[in-house]
Design a protein around this ligand. Structure first.
Ligand SMILES: [Zn+2]
Length: 215
């Protein structure tokens, strides 16, 4: 079963999480999870620069530790950074203090490398998070989920991924791509086609902090 579009019932069940931006604006929010990764993130940055598009990168702390120069390049090129835990933890398996501490560890490496956001964003790995964790994290972070999952990590054909991702995207959509070796060829294909398509329809691409700066 593939859920390219997040079902409304799930959004309704978790109203304190952010699932999409305003529907009445032609703004789209691209997000890239799991980087920064050598040999992958640089190409994504190049494509985004080619189209002059800004995005949000939900980074894994241990990958920032491995690739600090690449990490700094991401925000120096004008992209937004979000926290995606230090060890990419599953929030259904890690339900206590260890989960919170892993987020703090990721925050420390983000800030230690020179990124101090006015708005703090967090995305739970796998989209899995307990309500008890939400209550704690939300005091400090905007918890960002998504509206459209591209399934760039799946074995589906990339033409199908592109078609489905385009079909489900509307104004305000938050789209998930991945910044990883496993998804590299799918992601690179998808982003240039996807961006090209929505630019031709007069959409803007914005970083997620903009959602909260407007409010
Ligand atoms: Zn992830």
């Amino acid at each position: 079963m593939y859920f390219f579009k997040t079902p409304e019932i799930i959004k309704w069940y978790y109203p304190s999480l952010v699932w999409n931006g305003p529907r009445d604006e032609k703004s789209i929010f691209l997000t890239f999870d799991d980087g920064p990764v050598a040999g992958v993130t640089g190409n994504i940055l190049q494509t985004l620069a080619k189209f002059n598009v800004k995005a949000t990168f939900f980074c894994v702390g241990e990958n920032i530790d491995r690739n600090p120069g690449l990490f700094r390049q991401v925000f120096q090129e004008g992209h937004m950074i979000g926290n995606h835990t230090f060890h990419h933890l599953n929030g259904w398996q890690h339900t206590g203090e260890d989960y919170i501490q892993d987020i703090r560890k990721c925050a420390a490496v983000i800030e230690g490398n020179g990124f101090s956001p006015g708005i703090k964003l967090f995305r739970p790995p796998y989209g899995k998070i307990r309500k008890s964790a939400i209550q704690r994290i939300i005091k400090e972070y905007q918890i960002i989920m998504w509206d459209v999952l591209t399934y760039d990590f799946s074995g589906l054909s990339r033409e199908k991924l592109l078609r489905q991702s385009k079909r489900h995207t509307t104004g305000g959509s938050i789209i998930v791509f991945h910044d990883s070796l496993k998804t590299r060829s799918n992601t690179e294909f998808l982003i240039s086609q996807f961006i090209d398509h929505f630019i031709s329809l007069d959409y803007n691409f914005c970083t997620l902090d903009r959602l909260f700066l407007l409010n």
